[in-house]
Structure formats: structure tokens, C-alpha cells
Design a protein around this ligand. Structure first.
Ligand code: ADP
Ligand code: MG
Length: 348
């Protein structure tokens, strides 16, 4: 069977875990990243350091690979589009263009008759005066946010005066959902109506950063079925190839909402490495490289804990039991709020 060389844009922990999964399948990887210390270079066959608009570096990268994928959604659309004219980029760049813009993303979801929280576009401060019914809410930059970055909680119109916001960036105001729970669904689409879907994962965030994930999620059957159906509809409508994550909110009345779509492997799916026969990373590589689709089998229940900032120091010195799996992302510098590693524990 032809084994393509896989190019991965982005060299963080997701790029690392994709490269590890690829090497298990005997697929060679080349990582292209704008961080000279990118941890994924420890796991890939080759590493190219360059800016995402450096035409010479992009050409060097594209010449070396057969298929290109990416580990994060904030790569300029123009870059992906240009590359796609020379070698296939999967998931296709048009998917990324929708999802990297919070307004386009929410409009897309609502057009499928799938529920999101209420939202409105905000481009200048005066527009805030007419949106009181969306408060309390969250003002989020329409592009480039992650792990809660670029988000301002807004309690009331009066509170606006005490917050410094550069409205020229372009914002979306979302009504705050009274959360009972958050879940996510990871799904890998191989081709028309061909999927592998993982069971819903329950997630706990702290300071808008994912702290813990676990399976099974404690949810009712209706939410279980609805979340799987919506995830399938979204990936089919996008004609998505590869692994995709849908983040959901459940409110106190057990209403389900789609929060956002991540067009890539996702932090909440790290437990799939140990809890399933095929991980989200391996499934992504299988789908984009057109390898065999293997039916998913759960091996165990599991929980995953993110290790953030200097917590990593303790974890590096611990001893682990045989049901515990510690991953060190090998990031050079410890920073506050930076994801440094994770621990997955298999449960009965
Ligand atoms: P990011 O791109 O940073 O992951 P999210 O929109 O997923 O941004 O927000 C991060 C977290 O903040 C969510 O997982 C949730 O805990 C909280 N959050 C975001 N938007 C809302 C909302 N409209 N209502 C309630 N909680 C929210
Ligand atoms: Mg999110």
C-alpha cells in the first residue's frame, strides 16, 4: 500500500501526538512551525522552521510531502489555499475559513437548525447599547482566540466603562449559558457517510481552560443521541476529512447547544490514546492518508487531567501505576496557563 509523506503545520502537543500516531502506521512526517522550539520536532521525521507566510519555507515544506494537514485552526486561509493548489490540504481550507471566524461558524451551525447560544456581531462600542438582553454575556474576538484568550465577561452595560476593549478587533457577543455541564464529541470522517465516532466526553474547564475530561459522560440518552447526531450532521455538511471535535454546552434545563467546532484533533480527546483501540490522532492520520478504517472499540473508561504551568515539575518526578499514562509535551519553557502535559488514568 502507498504510504504518503504527511506534512503537519503546527508543532505543539497536537502535532507531536499526530506524528507519534503516524510513525506507528509507518507514515513519515514533516512538521512546519513558526516556533523554533516546537516540541513536535522530537517526534517527526523532519522539521522545518519558518513563518506561515514565508513563501520559500512553504515551498520547501510542500516539496517534501504528499498530503498536508494542520494541528490548529489559526493558519491564514491564504496560506492553506495556496498550498492546496499544489498538494492536497485536509481538512480542506474552506472548512478552516468558516471555523476560524466565530460569527461565520455560528451562522453555519444555525443554518443547519442546530442550536447555539444567542449571539450578535459587535464592531463598535455604541452597538453594545442595544444588546442588553444578551447580558450577562461573553464578548469574544471573532478570530484568533483559544483557551479563553480574547474573551471578556460582560455582566451589565454599566460594567463596560471599567473594561478596556479595542473594538476594532471585531467581536461577537454571546449570551452566557447557565451551564450544567460541557461535553465534546470527537468524530473522524473518512468519506461520504463513513465515520468513526467516539462516545461523548465530559469536560470541566477552569478559567476557560480545559482541566479534566472523562468517559463516560454523565448525561441522559436524549443528549447522548442528539450530540452524536449533530456532530455527524456538521461533519457531513462540511464534507470534512479527518478528525473533528464539537464542543457542547448543556444548560440547567438539559438543553443542548453547540459551543464551537474545532477542525482538528482536540485536547478533550487525549484519553482516546489509551481508552480506545484507535486514537483520535491515528484516526486522523488514517482518514487524511486514505488508510483503512477500523471500527472503534472502547477498551476502558478513563479520565484525563491537563497539567498546566509549573504543575509539570511535580508530575515529572512522580511514579505511575500501570493504569496511569503521563505525557510530557517537552515544552522548553514553563509558562503560567500553558498546557505542559497530561495524565490519563484508565478506570473500571
Ligand atoms: P476557546 O476558543 O477559548 O476554547 P470557547 O468559546 O470554547 O473558547 O470558551 C472557552 C470556555 O469558556 C468554554 O468551554 C466555557 O466553559 C466558557 N464559555 C464560553 N462561552 C460561553 C457561553 N456563551 N456561556 C457559558 N460559558 C461559556
Ligand atoms: Mg473551546
Amino acid at each position: 500500500m502507498f504510504k504518503p509523506i504527511l506534512g503537519i503545520i503546527g508543532g505543539g502537543q497536537l502535532g507531536s501526538m499526530l506524528a507519534i500516531a503516524a510513525s506507528k502506521l509507518e507514515i513519515k512526517t514533516v512538521i512546519f512551525c513558526d516556533d523554533i522550539d516546537a516540541p513536535a520536532q522530537n517526534f517527526s521525521n523532519e522539521f522545518i522552521y519558518g513563518q506561515y507566510n514565508d513563501q520559500n519555507k512553504i515551498k520547501e515544506f510542500v516539496d517534501k510531502v504528499d498530503i498536508i494537514t494542520y494541528e490548529f485552526e489559526n493558519i491564514p486561509y491564504e496560506t492553506l489555499h495556496k498550498i492546496n493548489k499544489i498538494k492536497p490540504v485536509l481538512p480542506k481550507p474552506s472548512v478552516n475559513r468558516i471555523i476560524q471566524h466565530r460569527l461565520a461558524e455560528k451562522d453555519f451551525i444555525n443554518n443547519l437548525n442546530i442550536r447555539t447560544t444567542r449571539y450578535v456581531s459587535i464592531e463598535k462600542k455604541s452597538e453594545m447599547n442595544s444588546v442588553e438582553d444578551l447580558l450577562p454575556g461573553l464578548l469574544k474576538t471573532v478570530t484568533l482566540g483559544y483557551d479563553g484568550k480574547g474573551q471578556h465577561p460582560i455582566k451589565s452595560l454599566e460594567s463596560l466603562d471599567s473594561i478596556n476593549i479595542d473594538y476594532s478587533k471585531g467581536y461577537i457577543l454571546e449570551k452566557l449559558v447557565k451551564l450544567k455541564k460541557e461535553i465534546s464529541i470527537i468524530i473522524t470522517r473518512f468519506s461520504d457517510q463513513k465515520y468513526e465516532i467516539y462516545e461523548p466526553i465530559e469536560n470541566i474547564h477552569e478559567d476557560q481552560i480545559l482541566k479534566n475530561s472523562k468517559i463516560p459522560a454523565e448525561i441522559n440518552d436524549k443528549i447522548l443521541e442528539q450530540s452524536k447526531l449533530w456532530a455527524t450532521q456538521i461533519s457531513e455538511e462540511l464534507k470534512y476529512i479527518g478528525t473533528l471535535c464539537i464542543e457542547f454546552f448543556i444548560d440547567r434545563n438539559d438543553n443542548l447547544y453547540v459551543n464551537e467546532i474545532a477542525p482538528r484533533v482536540h485536547n478533550s480527546g487525549h484519553l482516546t490514546i489509551n481508552a480506545y483501540n484507535v486514537s483520535q490522532f491515528e484516526n486522523h492520520v488514517r482518514a487524511v492518508c486514505k488508510l483503512e478504517q477500523i471500527p472503534l472499540k472502547k477498551i476502558s473508561n478513563a479520565k484525563m487531567t491537563n497539567i498546566i504551568g509549573d504543575q509539570i515539575i511535580n508530575f515529572r518526578n512522580k511514579e505511575y501505576g500501570e493504569n496511569e499514562f503521563f505525557f510530557d509535551y517537552l515544552k522548553k519553557e514553563i509558562k503560567q496557563k500553558r498546557k505542559m502535559g497530561h495524565l490519563t488514568t484508565l478506570l473500571n
